[in-house]
Design a protein around this ligand. Structure first.
Ligand code: MN
Length: 193
């Protein structure tokens, strides 16, 4: 279990995010991309591996264009259950803001590369992200958190802006803006009681 850092940052009595109990990895590995408006809008890219979700925050979001390499900052492993989390993290809590499941599906390692070695080639089978991708750590420092997410040239590569074409949740269809508005309305109605 390597989700200690994840738990330490959160008060589960206050945030609706999962505490994470499952440790066994299923046969089919899941991936998820969560669109998260915390202090800044970003996309959290997570790959299920060895019972946790390996996680990177991508400030600009993934691109289908192989020439647009996107910075992906590795963050703490998240529990498997996080892959379906969509909701509002309360003000004052870690990562406060709204989260939607922007894309999800399964993934497969393509070659012998692995995360420890700083390079992994894989295939995604999501609704929005498909085909071959590479994650590669920047520079020679093995402790560096900075990686690049790159779309490989294949039939799924495109110069279209997938973030703009398909902005909403694949789980509920909701937009991040509508979800955030819902939480503000709930807060207001609680105050009036
Ligand atoms: Mn985030």
């Amino acid at each position: 279990m390597t989700i200690k850092a994840y738990r330490k940052k959160r008060q589960f009595s206050k945030t609706p995010e999962p505490i994470g109990r499952r440790t066994k990895s299923k046969r089919t590995l899941r991936f998820v991309v969560q669109k998260h408006h915390a202090s800044n809008l970003h996309y959290d890219f997570r790959l299920e591996l060895e019972g946790v979700l390996k996680s990177w925050a991508i400030p600009k979001g993934p691109s289908l264009n192989p020439s647009e390499k996107r910075l992906a900052v590795q963050v703490e492993d998240h529990p498997i259950e996080y892959s379906t989390f969509e909701g509002n993290i309360p003000d004052g809590e870690y990562g406060a803001g709204s989260v939607i499941v922007w894309d999800t599906g399964t993934w497969k390692i393509q070659d012998e590369g692995n995360i420890e070695n700083g390079k992994i080639k894989f295939t995604l089978r999501g609704e929005k992200l498909k085909g071959h991708w590479t994650l590669i750590r920047m520079g020679s420092d093995i402790n560096s958190k900075n990686w690049l997410l790159i779309k490989e040239a294949d039939k799924y590569a495109s110069t279209e802006n997938i973030l703009a074409i398909a902005p909403n949740s694949v789980k509920s269809g909701i937009s991040l803006e509508a979800l955030s508005l819902q939480s503000r309305i709930q807060k207001l109605s609680r105050k009036r009681k």
